[in-house]
Design a protein around this ligand. Structure first.
Ligand code: HEM
Length: 501
């Protein structure tokens, strides 16, 4: 009797929950049926360990605007190129949602600070200031960037040559570009430039990678069930590790600020972005409404460091991996480079237009690797309608860039690595198709470092292939193209045989 009553109670409860759920989500975009408490968590975790693939598959039966729920998180997925570009540019969709990701909320100390996760006026002021100041130091200006990148490239090739001699050409490609790439940016941000063996910096870069790897929709259960992060800090989600990394980064930011402040040169002849920021802090020190303070500067430095290093470096490593696996593409790129840049001549950013096949290979690398499959989480700033669907305030907005980069109706054969797809019959870049590659987001929150990233990708990709032939090590298995997952995706470590050309 008790069993029957219990069963009836459960059935009534489920029916009540279903009806209530339907009422609460009236007018929402379509989506898979949800379970109480866990929502669509099982849909996500049973499809694929890779959330970008899993969420592409979850959305497929429902269209390109799909509502789903992961425990605490209500989210709308955007999976087609058009809806993604439209949401990037939507005025109600430019707010970031650090509070929806516990590890990130801890990273920003629950404050509205920084470039990546800041919102409203403070973010706007700091973003504008950052772009203007970095530009004053040469960021994005071809003439000054040529010098900065080439100096760093000389250091990098010296370093690779030494490694080749030491290791008979057999090099491990893991974090291969991290430090050299951050050096390019850090010359402008702090005026400092590190040795490529600098232990402190290598440790920071490793921690930054560890932090991003520990955060993703499938593995970081604290996004769906935030209470678990507090209940089981040691067992799950790497809370302790994440918190330690945040602390170390704060210390790094603190030390950088102190060094510049103590030196005092920022008062007379500012040499870098940090110096100009410190000048601003002093100038506005008695203004209670100022957005220029140590908190903002520290977070901005950490944001630039993390956003600037990992993404570019991982894209370059993927590029090497694809060149290793597609020798015919590597040879074509090298043939083109050799025909345009004479032996012994320097490389300039302006040569980009003369190397269409090489550019096509870089574009294909950006598409095929999609190192940021979900841009840092945005939310609906207020209730709004999108293509007739209701989106409630604070709902997470998740453009699945991977889905657009692997859309069959755009690419035909998206799973093939094929740079030729970007070339017209005249051998020029097909700009219309190139515009379907959207690795840098868009709208007001578009990547602040896009021009630097494009320059760095071009200069490093060309230099590495110009000076080295990269081949498979005989007898070693083929490396996988499956990514290391996280907030950003990177290649699994692989070894390759480097020979000087
Ligand atoms: C291949 C390299 C890179 C890729 C794929 C990439 C990708 C992205 C993406 C997808 C976003 C989010 C955009 C959105 O929500 O619409 C972003 C934001 C950002 N990126 Fe990059 N990025 C790269 C390199 C860089 C570099 C070199 C810097 C350094 C200056 C940088 C700094 C930033 C910052 C500060 C933001 C936050 C912008 C804001 O919300 O105002 N990125 N990036």
């Amino acid at each position: 009797m008790v069993l029957v009553e219990t069963l009836i109670f459960i059935v009534v409860l489920v029916i009540w929950w279903k009806l209530d759920d339907r009422k609460r989500h009236k007018g929402y975009p379509p989506g898979p049926a949800r379970l109480p408490f866990v929502g669509n968590f099982l849909n996500l975790t049973t499809k694929s360990p890779n959330p970008a693939i899993a969420l592409k598959q979850v959305a497929e039966p429902y269209g390109d605007i799909v509502f789903f729920n992961l425990g605490k998180l209500d989210a709308v997925l955007f999976t087609s190129h058009e809806t993604i570009v439209e949401i990037f540019n939507h005025e109600k969709a430019s707010a970031k949602a650090p509070e929806l990701i516990p590890a990130i909320y801890h990273r920003v100390q629950r404050k509205n600070i920084g470039l990546i996760w800041g919102n409203g006026e403070p973010w706007q002021v700091v973003r504008r200031f950052t772009i203007r100041t970095l530009r004053d130091f040469g960021f994005g200006k071809t003439a000054s960037m040529d010098g900065v990148v080439n100096e760093e490239l000389d250091k990098f090739t010296d370093h690779v040559n030494k490694l080749i001699d030491k290791k008979d050409g057999i090099l491990e490609v893991e974090s291969f570009f991290d430090l050299t790439v951050i050096n390019v940016l850090w010359r402008l941000v702090t005026g400092v430039n590190y040795e490529l063996e600098d232990a402190r910096m290598l440790k920071l870069l490793k921690m930054s990678n560890d932090m991003t790897e520990s955060s993703n929709f499938s593995f970081d259960l604290s996004i769906s069930f935030p209470f678990l992060r507090e209940w089981f800090p040691e067992l799950l989600f790497g809370k302790k590790i994440q918190d330690q990394i945040v602390e170390d980064f704060y210390q790094f930011g603190e030390e950088t600020i102190k060094e510049h402040r103590d030196s005092g040169t920022y008062k007379t002849s500012p040499q870098s972005f940090v110096d100009v920021f410190l000048e601003k802090i002093d100038k506005h020190s008695i203004d209670p409404a100022t957005h220029f303070n140590d908190d903002q500067l520290r977070m901005t430095l950490i944001d630039l460091f993390q956003a600037g290093a990992e993404t570019t470096s991982k894209t370059l490593s993927f590029g090497l991996l694809y060149m290793l696996l597609h020798q015919e593409v590597q040879e074509k790129v090298q043939k083109e480079i050799d025909s345009v840049i004479p032996k012994g001549s320097p490389l300039f950013i302006a040569m980009k237009t003369e190397l269409p096949y090489t550019n096509a290979a870089i574009l294909e690398t950006l598409r095929y690797s999609t190192v940021v499959p979900f841009p840092p989480m945005r939310k609906a700033a207020e209730d709004f309608y999108f293509r007739g669907y209701f989106i409630k305030k604070n709902t997470a907005l998740l453009p699945n860039v991977y889905a657009a980069h692997f859309c069959e109706s755009i690419w035909g054969d998206p799973h093939r690595f094929r740079p030729e797809r970007f070339l017209t019959l005249n051998g020029e870049i097909d700009q219309k198709l190139a515009d379907f590659v959207i690795p840098f987001g868009g709208g007001k929150r578009a990547c602040l470092g896009q021009s630097l990233a494009e320059t760095t990708l071009f200069m490093y990709f060309v230099t590495v292939l110009r000076f080295y032939k990269i081949s498979m090590i005989p007898g070693k298995p083929k490396p996988t193209i499956e990514p290391k997952l996280g907030m950003t995706y990177g290649p699994q470590p692989f070894t390759a045989w480097f020979e000087r050309r």
